[in-house]
Design a protein around this ligand. Structure first.
Ligand code: G3P
Length: 216
């Protein structure tokens, strides 16, 4: 499973790169609002630093405006991917942009039928939001299972990018189900290596190594 980092912060991206956990980047307007600077400059800097896809969200609501915004975003760099919400106008814009060779990521996906239509529109990626479904007392990972099943039934190539990840368990479940990508905030990426038995084991080995050293 590929790991993307869900951030617009270049320092966080550097940390994920160092850990080998940055196959790509997703941003959204909320993440951009936490950063200083012009969004296009931020996207440019991220695209220069990261080889994989970098997703930037179009915020227009009507098809023609989404297409225009998508074309502008795609012109920033070759690895730019346009995130477009799973609305009717959004999916119509995805069909046009993908036919022009601009990769799209259909975001704010909360149902299997949105995922099916996104794939039929030719989306390169979809982002189902598992954490927000869990927050609303639904089962986010069940949606990933359903979409995976549907895409397998019809040999659909759209990549499933699990988003709105809140925990290590979400990441594990995404990998168990066979999702293509998980886009993860840095605080969860950092927890992926944590285990109390690893810490305890390191402490024990250090103590025992000191005993070995004392013998010589
Ligand atoms: O990038 C979109 C998604 O990951 C947002 O997550 O935590 O705002 O639901 P969250």
């Amino acid at each position: 499973m590929k790991i993307f980092i869900d951030t617009a912060n270049i320092n966080e991206i550097e940390q994920a790169l160092e850990l080998g956990a940055c196959d790509g980047v997703t941003t959204n307007p909320t993440l951009l609002a936490k950063e200083k600077g012009n969004p296009d400059d931020i996207y440019r800097a991220i695209c220069e630093r990261v080889q994989g896809p970098v997703c930037a969200e179009a915020i227009s609501l009507e098809k023609k405006d989404i297409i225009q915004e998508g074309e502008n975003l795609a012109a920033i760099a070759d690895n730019m991917v346009v995130k477009i919400p799973a609305s009717k106008d959004g999916l119509k814009a995805v069909r046009i942009l993908e036919s022009q060779g601009i990769r799209c990521n259909v975001t704010l996906v909360f149902s299997p039928m949105q995922a099916l239509l996104a794939a039929k529109a030719g989306a390169s990626f979809i982002c189902p939001f598992v954490g927000r479904l869990d927050d609303a007392s639904h089962d986010g990972m069940e949606l990933i299972e359903q979409i995976t099943h549907i895409y397998q039934n019809y040999l659909m190539n759209t990549e499933i990018m699990v988003a709105s990840i809140r925990s290590v368990t979400h990441v594990r479940d995404a990998a168990m189900i066979g999702a293509d990508i998980a886009t993860i905030p840095l605080k969860v990426i950092e927890k992926l290596t944590d285990h109390p038995l690893t810490d305890k084991g390191i402490e024990l080995f250090i103590r025992d190594w000191e005993k070995v050293q004392k013998q010589f």
